[in-house]
Design a protein around this ligand. Structure first.
Ligand SMILES: [Zn+2]
Length: 174
């Protein structure tokens, strides 16, 4: 699997590119990057969940790669985003509708980024849970990503820093 930093950083990096080149700062407030970064790691909540489950049950099960790594969650968050942003939404003001739609779309995107990275890094996960389907068949076998995952983290971080500095954006973080 990809490292936690890769999951968070790459999601923020891609969202930041969309923010910078497509949506603009007004339409894409900075907190959405934080939401996206957390969503980019969220499917691995099954690691602490396994720990709690085993502590409570006395078992030694691993829930990692099971249900939270399903595309079903991506679909649910995308549908929630669509519903909240539509005229059928229970949210009354247009402003609230677009705010919450954006939040759920970003969560869906971060979640999808996580599953895509796990797939690229060649880990076996139940991407189609609750359907028990052998996803190894369509995940490419790119073993070197797994071997060089620490270097990939470093390159991503350097690339992002250079991008931010080139656009004079490092001050955005202070
Ligand atoms: Zn994962």
């Amino acid at each position: 699997m990809a490292l936690a930093v890769t999951h968070i950083l790459l999601t923020i990096f891609v969202l930041d590119l969309f923010r910078h080149y497509h949506f603009g700062k007004k339409k894409f407030p900075r907190y959405l990057l934080v939401v996206g970064g957390i969503a980019g790691l969220a499917p691995d909540i099954d690691i602490p969940l396994s720990f709690i489950w085993n502590l409570a049950s006395g078992n030694v099960d691993s829930l990692h790669g099971a249900f939270t790594h399903s595309l079903l969650f991506v679909l649910i968050f995308a549908i929630l985003g669509f519903y909240l942003g539509s005229s059928a939404s229970f949210l009354k003001s247009k402003k609230l509708q677009s705010k919450w739609a954006a939040i759920f779309y970003v969560i869906a995107f971060g979640w999808l980024m996580h599953l895509s990275l796990d797939c690229l890094y060649g880990s076996y996960k139940l991407f189609l849970w609750p359907i028990n389907f052998d996803t190894l068949a369509f995940c490419p076998d790119i073993g070197f990503l797994q071997t060089y995952r620490i270097s990939i983290d470093a390159l991503l971080l350097v690339g992002w820093l250079i991008h931010e500095e080139m656009h004079g954006l490092v001050k955005d973080y202070w």
